[in-house]
Ligand binder design. Structure first.
Ligand code: NAD
Length: 480
């Protein structure tokens, strides 16, 4: 699999390749170009060359490309779903969610070229017309994770391109073929050469690409979706170059269950929110705070459902818990569960790896100082805590360093809203679980979960520069 640079599918300049392997079977999904800073530089230069004409292209040309890209992606839908399973271990229901999101994103983004490009502003200088004009920024670096490879690579490029920018996309080393498929879709839709470029790299070599994207002065913005650890490191480097970044990072998301709730619904919702895509979604619930009167019954029923979730081949539509992405991820999950248990946690469901899967796991009595209690564990592990009341739930939820999202399940929406409005999170759902996304929403976290938003419409703030422009019809007086 080659890189896309300036409209050409090319090998890496250093000639190296690596294998992208299936987390389920270990089979080689694709042999991929292992690019580095030289390829990145070439991609940036190609993007810079394409920027002028693309930024001047007519809205209807851009719109047509986005609509054709959506049709092409839809036509390749079965192939996309199979690839998501093969390369990223994505189960059928989550692949359907990803495809639906990407199609909607492309079709909504088709309207972005027609978005207003600014405002007229009143001036106190007679005869002056003042404007705030939105202009594309230029080359945008887009760094995407593997976990929702289609959704997250799509949103990393759609807004920037629709608004007249050009992009260098760096997919994860765990999902290069998914990134390439997206690029193929845009090429087939008629996107001009250089508007979208794709650079791939081998495991452990992301920094070669990342450092060039951050340091190269032609790149005017970076968007990053991934872990807080990586995002923080990149944001520090970007700070040295005074380069603006959009950061969509990890979370440690609370789900609060209030006394009086419909328990059947609460259990169904919490099971989905905790274990969709085997817990490898930034929005998954990691902590469930349950009011004490219902805590025992909720925990028992929740754990029974978790224990019954089918584990196995992600290509089997019955599977709920597919493989985790890598051996390293599996060992991190296992180590954190073992650490919690060694410090007094009780396992209500799961708790033993079944390589390459980790079954849905429910823990109680987790002490506050083990990693599972405060850091994001990117897998199917959730901690339940009984709380005395909703104030304690809010206090404990807000004590997290993260602020990705939260959810409240209550007997009625007003009760849920009363709790939700006190939560420090970028996204809050009442009477739903934590995992929800639609392209037009202002999706984004606070605190250690990042800043900024890709939401169609909101992306305008991220991927355009605001320019103050004045014009005068006649000369003005000057004081000297
Ligand atoms: P990761 O941080 O390991 O990698 C994310 C991306 O950064 C990958 O493309 C990776 O190759 C790249 N990267 C790593 N080091 C780099 C460097 N030095 N320079 C440039 N790029 C570098 O995360 P991951 O394991 O791929 O994804 C899972 C994480 O992403 C979780 O923490 C999850 O919560 C988070 N996530 C957040 C959102 C969101 O919208 N907030 C969405 C999905 C995933």
């Amino acid at each position: 699999m080659r890189q896309l640079i300036g409209g050409e599918w090319i090998d890496s300049r250093n000639g190296r390749v690596f294998d992208s392997v299936s987390p389920w079977s270990g089979e080689v999904v694709a042999t991929v170009a292992a690019g580095d800073q030289d390829d990145t530089r070439a991609a940036i230069e190609a993007a810079q060359q394409a920027f002028g004409p693309w930024s001047e292209s007519l809205p209807h040309e851009r719109q047509g490309i986005f609509l054709r890209a959506a049709d092409e992606l839809e036509r390749r839908g079965d192939e996309v779903i199979a690839l998501l399973a093969h390369e990223t271990g994505c189960t059928r229901h989550f692949a359907d969610i990803q495809l639906e999101f990407a199609l909607s994103l492309l079709r909504q983004s088709a309207a972005l070229p027609y978005a207003s490009q600014g405002q007229l502003l009143p001036s106190d200088l007679p005869g002056t017309r003042a404007m705030a004009v939105r202009r594309p920024v230029g080359v945008v670096g887009a760094i995407a994770p593997w976990n929702a490879a289609l959704t997250l690579s799509s949103r990393a490029v759609a807004g920037p391109i629709a608004l007249g920018n050009t992009v260098v996309l760096k997919p994860s080393e765990h999902a290069p073929a998914c990134g390439a498929l997206l690029a193929e879709v845009f090429v087939a839709a008629g996107l001009p050469p250089g508007v979208l470029n794709l650079v791939t790299h081998g495991p452990g070599e992301a920094a070669f690409v990342g450092e060039e994207l951050i340091a190269n002065p032609l790149v005017r913005r970076i968007n990053f979706t991934g872990s807080t650890t990586t995002g923080r490191r990149l944001a520090e480097a970007a700070g040295r170059h005074l380069k603006r970044m959009l950061l969509q990072l990890g979370g440690h998301n609370p789900l609060i269950v209030l006394d009086g709730v419909d328990l059947d619904y609460a259990v169904d919702a919490a099971v989905f929110g905790s274990f969709v895509h085997q817990g490898q979604v930034c929005m998954c619930a990691r902590r469930i705070y349950v009011e004490r009167p219902i805590a025992e019954e909720f925990s028992e029923r929740f754990a029974a459902r978790a224990a019954s979730l089918p584990v196995g081949d992600p290509a089997d539509p019955e599977t709920v818990i597919g493989p985790v992405i890598s051996r390293w991820a599996l060992s991190t999950i296992a180590r954190r569960v073992e650490e919690a248990v060694a410090h007094g946690a009780r396992v209500l469901a799961g708790g033993e790896a079944r390589p390459p899967c980790y079954p849905a796991t429910v823990l109680v009595d987790v002490p506050p100082d083990v990693e599972l209690a405060f850091d994001e564990t990117f897998g199917p592990v959730v901690v339940i805590d009984a709380v005395e009341d909703r104030d304690e739930a809010v206090r404990r939820a807000n004590a997290s360093a993260f602020g990705m999202n939260a959810a409240v399940l209550a007997a009625d929406a007003a009760q849920g809203m009363e709790v939700a409005r006190r939560l420090d999170a970028g996204i809050v759902h009442v009477n739903d679980q934590t995992v929800n996304d639609e392209p037009q929403m202002p999706f984004g976290g606070t605190k250690d979960s990042g800043w900024g938003s890709f939401g169609v419409g909101f992306a305008v703030d991220e991927f355009t520069e605001l320019q103050w422009v004045t014009t005068r019809d006649a000369p003005r007086p000057f004081p000297f």
